[in-house]
Design a protein around this ligand. Structure first.
Ligand SMILES: O=C(O)c1ccc[n+]([C@@H]2O[C@H](COP(=O)([O-])O)[C@@H](O)[C@H]2O)c1
Ligand SMILES: Cc1cc2nc[nH]c2cc1C
Length: 341
């Protein structure tokens, strides 16, 4: 167990969320000015151009960097797996952490390919959170301490944060959070996760419906949704997103589970995600709907549903390429290329 975070009551977290730095419009103007001189028709690099503007706005620098990108994977275990909501047993969460350490997981290969740092955080895997169908996942103190732990994980001079997670059962947790925040039918939010069969899908949908019904009178407060229906990795990622914002670090969101942490913050204040882009849209059915609600257009759509930050880490390749174009391209004057009249 590695929960050393200072416990902040939810009121302190709300205060912190209200005190985030503004985005830097002067840095964006300077990026646009340089972009207009580069040897290409205006706008021809499409979304790559807006990615550089976004980096500059968040970092507050006319020449942003992606020199020290970090993939942070937060791992947690969930009492709700007792409801038969995942085809895999709970011990796979820890076994996959050992696989990450040994370099054998997909995320290890992606990090090596694109030169990304990787840190994995074990969030009390031996103590699964409460079964959300009959109790709260966490009490306020534990939830706030886990958010603080996630905040403290964002340090060490990184200039881009990729969020990932690992936790058997956590697509049920994410679905419950979305159902609580956004309403509708439980079944709309429930997908097959790691590949649950038809009977399991029925159990999973019932678990999400039961959980949200059980906590219904508390779902107006997003932080209550997080502590009652969430998990430690979701709470830590919410803390990490907040800390990244206060340290002016851009964040790349991964799939269905990571976005549940983002959705909690978005429900508090949509501007809390201004420093985040969506790395990819997951094959988990409702993720596209979630991204639309968050106002985020995914960079990639590769049919992936792995987690581990894998889709987001792949998207860093595009962000790096966008920045390399912006910083490395010649201007019309430098290259002796005639600009349009
Ligand atoms: O993030 C996603 O889009 C995603 C979609 C499906 C599965 N996962 C991963 O699979 C695990 C949860 O799946 P499950 O079926 O046990 O709820 C967890 O470790 C997630 O990282 C992740
Ligand atoms: C093997 C395995 C690897 C994973 N990586 C992220 N979630 C996962 C779930 C399973 C089951």
């Amino acid at each position: 167990m590695a929960l050393a975070g200072t416990a902040l009551p939810f009121d302190d977290i709300r205060d912190l969320a209200r005190a985030m730095p503004a985005l830097d419009s002067e840095a964006v103007a300077k990026v646009r000015q340089r972009d207009s001189q580069l040897t290409k028709p205006p706008g021809s690099l499409g979304r790559l151009e807006s990615l550089v503007e976004w980096l500059a706005a968040v970092q507050g620098k006319a020449t942003p960097t992606v020199s020290r990108p970090l993939v942070a994977i937060f791992a947690g275990n969930h009492g709700v797996v007792a409801r038969g909501v995942s085809p895999y047993p709970q011990e796979v969460t820890r076994q996959m952490l050992e696989n990450f350490s040994a370099g054998g997981a997909a995320i290890n290969q992606i990090c090596t390919t694109f030169d990304l740092g990787l840190k994995v955080f074990d969030l009390a895997l031996d103590i699964p959170t409460g079964d959300i169908t009959v109790e709260a996942a966490l009490d306020e103190k534990a939830c706030a301490a886990t958010m603080a732990f996630g905040m403290e994980a964002v340090s060490g001079g990184i200039d881009l944060l990729v969020l990932g997670e690992m936790g058997i059962g956590n697509t049920t947790i994410a679905a419950a959070i979305y159902h609580a925040l956004y309403g509708g039918e439980a079944g709309h939010w429930v997908g097959r996760g790691t590949g649950i069969d038809d009977a399991g899908l029925v159990r999973k949908t019932a678990a999400v419906r039961d959980a949200v019904a059980f906590h219904q009178s508390h779902v107006k407060d997003p932080l209550e949704v997080l502590r009652r229906l969430g998990g430690r990795e979701i709470a830590a990622m919410a803390g990490a997103i907040l800390a990244a914002r206060s340290q002016r670090i851009p964040v790349v969101l991964d799939g269905y589970v990571v976005c549940a942490a983002a959705a909690v913050l978005h429900a508090m204040d949509p501007a809390l995600l201004d420093h985040c882009v969506s790395g990819h849209v997951s094959a988990e059915g409702a993720h596209a709907d979630v991204l639309a609600r968050l106002g985020k257009k995914p960079l990639l759509d590769l049919g992936m549903r792995l987690g581990e930050g894998s889709g987001a880490a792949l998207a860093v390749s595009l962000i790096k390429a966008a920045l390399a174009c912006h910083t490395g391209m010649a201007t019309f004057a430098q290259a002796g290329v005639t600009d349009k009249a």
